[in-house]
Design a protein around this ligand. Structure first.
Ligand SMILES: N[C@@H](CCC(=O)N[C@@H](CS)C(=O)NCC(=O)O)C(=O)O
Length: 215
């Protein structure tokens, strides 16, 4: 049964799902859609909340990125992207929650959107949103620096937590403010450098963002 991932490549959630599919070695098709497509009746049938990504496997349609990541890991052969013991698994869920509830709304939706995407769309960034969000992102990255194991968030093995949190920090690190924050935190900088060099991260950098990193 063919597997299709629908999404716009700049979206960090879409990128995380693509990275998981690549890390897992799952054969799939990436259907690139734009934000206008989210408003169509057809898209509402795939995701009534009109967000991306959506994973489609025949009649099986799945939205919500953490659910997609878990399904990709559990439904297919290949290296496991989730720990098995209860405590480490709970830590993985914790980092997925941190990515969704803290890193994304501040570091991506405010800092990255204003500093990187707003100029790409031809507008002036809002410097006060940038200053405020960079200050809060700094606190988020302090937690990461304090709790990060090496070489991955949970220790020896790449997990779904690295993929989702890693994509968010990758985008924060594209901004000039974010580069300074990451470079001031050596464990975070090493972790992100390691992830960024993986083929899955390299292959999923959206064309629109190539050459836009400010570091
Ligand atoms: N809870 C959703 C969030 C996904 C999400 O916010 N995607 C953004 C792109 S990064 C989106 O679809 N935005 C479209 C919109 O808000 O209109 C998930 O886990 O997949």
């Amino acid at each position: 049964m063919s597997l299709i991932l629908h999404g716009f490549p700049v979206s960090p959630y879409v990128r995380a799902a693509r990275i998981a599919l690549i890390e897992k070695g799952v054969d799939h098709q990436f259907n690139e859609i734009g934000f206008d497509d989210l408003a169509t009746d057809d898209y509402a049938k795939l995701n009534p909340f009109r967000k991306m990504p959506v994973l489609q496997q025949g009649a099986f349609v799945l939205y919500e990125t953490p659910a997609i990541l878990g399904y990709v890991d559990e439904a297919f052969e290949g290296v496991s992207l989730q720990p098995t013991d209860a405590k480490t698994r709970a830590q993985m869920q914790k980092w997925i929650g941190i990515a969704v509830h803290y890193l994304y709304p501040v570091g991506v939706i405010q800092l990255f959107l204003q500093r990187i995407m707003t100029p790409i769309m031809g507008s002036e960034p809002n410097e006060s949103i940038i200053a405020e969000s960079a200050a809060i992102a700094s606190q988020h990255l302090d937690v990461l620096e304090r709790e990060l194991a090496t070489p991955f968030l949970l220790g020896d093995a790449l997990s779904l937590a690295d993929i989702l949190a890693g994509v968010m920090v990758y985008y924060i690190n594209m901004t000039q403010e974010g580069v300074a924050l990451v470079q001031a935190r050596p464990k975070t900088a090493d972790w992100l450098a390691g992830l960024s060099q993986r083929p899955s991260f390299e292959q999923t950098l959206a064309g629109l963002l190539v050459g836009k990193a400010q570091g």
